[in-house]
Design a protein around this ligand. Structure first.
Ligand code: NI
Length: 171
């Protein structure tokens, strides 16, 4: 297993469309392991392919958290086919260091996906799992949490990023 580098906003890779995975081969299994490790090491509860520069429909999630690591899930070609209700909560993202914003999402979802053995799952999710899966599936469609933020909040974060980048260049 290896920890991969996280792609951060405003890298254009995060806006690209992703491809369906046709064949769950050894390369995909290795990718899934690396993604889980990368997610845990960065203290995340979810990670999507584009966040490590891989434009494929693959997502990892573990809502038990990076310390417990009790419920690792790999969702290949996830498809949310039913949404119900609405919840609003604050979200962060590994591709947005130092940024959080409120996002409105469906309260309950139904999602179909394949696991690393190619087995199909069809689950209902609510609460944190539902929100987390919706966040990660957004990544597969090039949609990011900053798209839910107000214009002012977005401008402020972009300014903050420029300062951070300037400082990094001086070093
Ligand atoms: Ni994210």
């Amino acid at each position: 297993m290896s920890v991969r580098k996280i792609v951060c906003y405003p890298d254009p890779i995060l806006r690209e469309k992703t491809d369906l995975i046709q064949d769950i081969n050894e390369e995909i299994k290795k990718l899934a392991e690396d993604m889980l490790e990368t997610m845990y090491e960065n203290k995340g509860i979810g990670l999507a392919g584009p966040q490590i520069g891989i434009l494929k429909k693959i997502v990892t999630v573990d809502i038990s958290g990076p310390e417990k690591r009790e419920n690792p899930m790999v969702l290949i070609n996830p498809e949310i086919y039913e949404k119900q209700g609405e919840v609003e909560g604050e979200e962060g993202c590994l591709s947005f260091p130092g940024f959080r914003c409120n996002v409105k999402r469906a309260e309950k979802i139904k999602v179909r996906f394949l696991d690393v053995d190619g087995k199909e799952h069809d689950i209902s999710a609510h609460e944190l799992l539902s929100v987390c899966i919706q966040h990660e599936v957004d990544h597969l469609n090039g949609r990011l949490i900053i798209d839910y933020a107000g214009k002012l909040k977005k401008t402020m974060y972009e300014k903050k990023l420029k300062k951070i980048q300037k400082r990094a260049r001086k070093r």
